[in-house]
Design a protein around this ligand. Structure first.
Ligand SMILES: [Ca+2]
Length: 313
């Protein structure tokens, strides 16, 4: 079965790896890339998404979305993880293609109305576009099939603060809106993405089986691997963003648990995604909170194989 998706993204090196996986997979039909600020400012994020589409020969709409958090000043960016260009400083030629004139939120709403009940929203950046789409169309949860989110940290520490993961921390108020809405959400947070370190050899393998797209991932990942390999013996990186897409293609690779989620918006705990597993509390504050599924484990060898086999297609 082919999954119709909209991929909401802030490319970003692991975004690039995820986007190419989605393009390559015969089980995924990408209706468009909606971009958001996050790893890089939104104009760069949108431009980078166009560049990735050109590289992959994909003629699909790319939109520019929100550039600021729902509440508060402009965010800091993660150039120290993704390079000045968002692609590990590899001097890639920017695409001259044009953006779809709609905002990312408007595009999400338009597509949801066009294909009611069919679309999976896969969000791998901060959640401002999804929050805005919910404001534009309050019926959106009824029009969308389900939502897969890379973000958060349910039962493990954060990566920006002791409690918060970057995507959620970057726009905590928007995340609170998205995680409170009445749609089917599965969260792929640091619980699962940090459990699977990828080696430089894995990245080389992607390039070997797919010189254009895998080659791009290999080149851009060198900077990313340098970042992740500080303060540890081995050289690794984490491809967070492709996990929800891998789940769509092969859910059997993952273990999930169900719980009630709260997203913290106070300054100390900003972006914390606290999850109370079903049956673990009698507190009404938690029982009233939205029920979601959280990925807690992944079969790492099988996941690597899925990525390599899909890049090889
Ligand atoms: Ca991302």
């Amino acid at each position: 079965m082919t999954h119709k998706i909209i991929l909401d993204t802030d490319p970003g090196i692991d975004d690039a790896q995820a986007i190419f996986f989605a393009f390559q997979s015969p089980d995924i039909e990408v209706l468009g890339l909606t971009t958001v600020y996050g790893n890089v400012p939104v104009s760069m994020s949108a431009q980078n998404a166009l560049t990735l589409c050109e590289l992959a020969n994909q003629d699909i709409p790319v939109t520019k979305g929100v550039g600021m958090p729902w509440v508060g000043p402009e965010s800091g960016y993660a150039h120290f993880v993704h390079g000045d260009d968002g692609f590990g400083n590899i001097n890639v030629e920017p695409s001259k293609r044009e953006l779809d004139p709609r905002s990312s939120a408007q595009f999400i709403v338009d597509m949801a109305r066009q294909h009611p009940g069919e679309i999976t929203l896969v969000a791998v950046g901060p959640l401002g576009n999804l929050a805005l789409a919910l404001r534009l169309e309050p019926q959106l949860p009824k029009l969308i099939k389900d939502v897969k989110i890379m973000g958060g940290a349910a039962f493990v520490p954060g990566n920006v603060t002791p409690v918060a993961e970057a995507n959620i921390w970057n726009d905590a108020f928007a995340a609170d809106i998205v995680f409170s809405a009445d749609w089917d959400i599965t969260m792929f947070g640091l619980d699962v993405t940090n459990s699977a370190p990828f080696s430089p050899e894995f990245v080389d393998k992607l390039a070997e089986v797919n010189p254009v797209l895998g080659g791009f991932v290999q080149k851009s990942s060198q900077f990313y691997i340098d970042f992740y390999s500080q303060n540890r013996e081995d050289r690794v990186c984490f491809f967070h963003d492709a996990m929800p897409l891998a789940y769509l293609v092969n859910p059997d690779l993952f273990e999930l648990t169900e719980g009630h989620i709260r997203v913290a918006t106070d300054s100390l705990n900003k972006g914390q995604t606290a999850v109370a597993p079903i049956g673990s509390t009698a507190s009404p504050l938690w029982l009233e909170a939205k029920k979601i599924k959280v990925a807690t484990k992944v079969n790492h060898p099988q996941l690597e194989k899925l990525y390599i086999d899909t890049y090889a297609l």
